[in-house]
Structures are given as C-alpha cells and as structure tokens.
Design a protein around this ligand. Structure first.
Ligand code: BTN
Length: 251
C-alpha cells in the first residue's frame, strides 16, 4: 500500500473507537477506515489504563492500517502517528509539541495527546488499529491530572475546532504513513521523531516496566524505535516497553 485513503465513520457514543474499529477490521474493513466518536464510555489507554473521554472534550479517533512491512518495523507506526499529530496540532492550532517516548504528545511538560496502537488478527491478515486521543478542553481529563495533563484550549488560549484538527491529522497521516514502506523512509521517521523529542537524547529518566525500574540518561533511539538508555553503571539498556518519566537532576 502506498496511498492512504481515509474514510470516516462518525458516532455519538461508543465504548471505544479502537474496539469498534477492530470489530470492523475482523469483518474485512479496508485500510484507512477511520472512526471518530463524540464520547467514549470505555476509552482505553496504554498499559491497561482508562482514557477519560467525556462528550466533545477530546478528539477520540482510530484509524485502520494493514501494513505489508515485516512486523519488526511495526513499532514505527506509533512513531509516525506521533509525528502526524504534531504536524496537525501545529497546522490547525499553531501549537509546538514535544514527544515523550514512545508516543505521548506534550505541550510544555504536560500530556496533550496519547496514542494506543493495537495489533488485531483479521481474516485478511494481521492489522493495526491506531487510536489517538487529543485533549481539546480541560474537561477531557479529571481534575487530579491538571499537573500532568493539558488541552489544546489551555495551551493556545483558544477554543479548538475538532474538525480542523481532524482534517489536518488525516492529511498528515497520509503524508507520513507511506514512508514506512522504504528503509530510507523509516530512517526519516526515526530522525524526525528524534529531532522533535526532548526525550531522545541527554535526558535523565526513569523507566518502569512491570516490576523492573531503570534509571538512566537517554542516548537516542534504535532503528526499530527502542529507546537507548545508559544507566549510572554505564550499562546500555534498550527499552521496548514501559513508562518513561523525567527525573530532575540535582547537579
Ligand atoms: C495513552 O495511554 O496515552 C493512549 C491513549 C489513547 C486514547 C485513544 S482515544 C481513541 C482511541 N480509543 C481508545 O479507547 N483509546 C484510543
């Protein structure tokens, strides 16, 4: 596949746009099929967390990919989705965003968008449902997250237009997705991701993955999207899963 031809289905309310799109994928839906819901009653985030999704407070969006590239490159789907969201927020709202590994979009230090890519078996082969949740207003998340989350309205001081952001997002996904097919395109995705992420190099972070917790300084990302982490003992760890948080240095 080279050209993405998004077709949008709209819903007032769904448990989760990812779940509904996975169901349609199992019935043979084509690549590019996208779902937008005004609200989600069981929105899902990474690491089995809930994603708060009140009516019209966020953009709750999922898109279906049927990648033909080897699965070892599939982690880059979330990288290219993060780049597309960054482009869309810049184009539609003038917002400059940062990326926290692997795929949280931040405004300042606070999260403005999360991405959940899920592989799903279908009769026409393994597919990926990429779900994107953008906080449009402060109502998108519970008050206790105010220190760690923000919204397009807070970051810009203006009421965001969901449709303008959605249109820009679809254009950006259509630009970035075809790059996954070529080695040079994949390198471009990793390079662009690294330029846009203050977490890519020289950042003191803590990584939690189940029972394991590592601390170290980031030193770039591998070609497959793994985060390189140098621990205080000089050991190099490759992070492929988990939660990354910034650690303040006392020097
Ligand atoms: C994260 O944990 O940061 C990922 C959040 C992903 C949320 C989006 S909203 C649209 C789609 N449907 C879901 O249930 N989740 C994703």
């Amino acid at each position: 596949m080279t050209l993405l031809k998004p077709k949008i289905l709209r819903f007032e309310s769904l448990p989760s746009t990812n779940t509904e799109l996975a169901r349609l994928a199992s019935e043979g839906a084509e690549e590019g099929l996208s779902i937008v819901a005004d609200e989600q009653t069981a929105g899902r985030g990474r690491l089995r967390r809930a994603w708060s999704s009140p009516k019209r407070a966020g953009l709750y969006f999922s898109i279906l990919f049927r990648p033909t590239i080897p699965t070892c490159h599939w982690a880059l789907i979330t990288f290219m989705a993060a780049l597309a969201v960054g482009d869309a927020l810049k184009e539609a709202s003038g917002l400059q965003t940062d990326i926290k590994w692997p795929n949280d979009l931040l405004s300042g230090e606070r999260k403005i968008c999360g991405i959940l890519a899920e592989a799903t078996e279908t009769p026409n082969g393994r597919a990926v449902v990429a779900g994107i949740g953008i906080n449009l207003t402060q109502d998108a998340f519970p008050g206790e997250l105010t220190n760690v989350a923000t919204s397009v309205s807070e970051a810009t001081g203006q009421q965001p237009d969901r449709e303008t952001i959605l249109a820009a997002l679809l254009r950006a996904l259509s630009r970035w997705y075809p790059l996954l097919n070529e080695p040079s395109g994949r390198e471009e995705i990793v390079a662009a991701w690294s330029r846009r992420s203050s977490y890519a190099t020289g950042r003191l972070v803590q990584v939690s993955n189940g029972d394991e917790v590592w601390q170290g300084t980031t030193c770039g990302v591998e070609r497959d999207g793994a985060l390189r982490l140098k621990t205080a003992s000089g050991e190099l760890k490759l992070v492929r899963a988990g939660d990354v948080s910034s650690v303040r240095s006392f020097n």
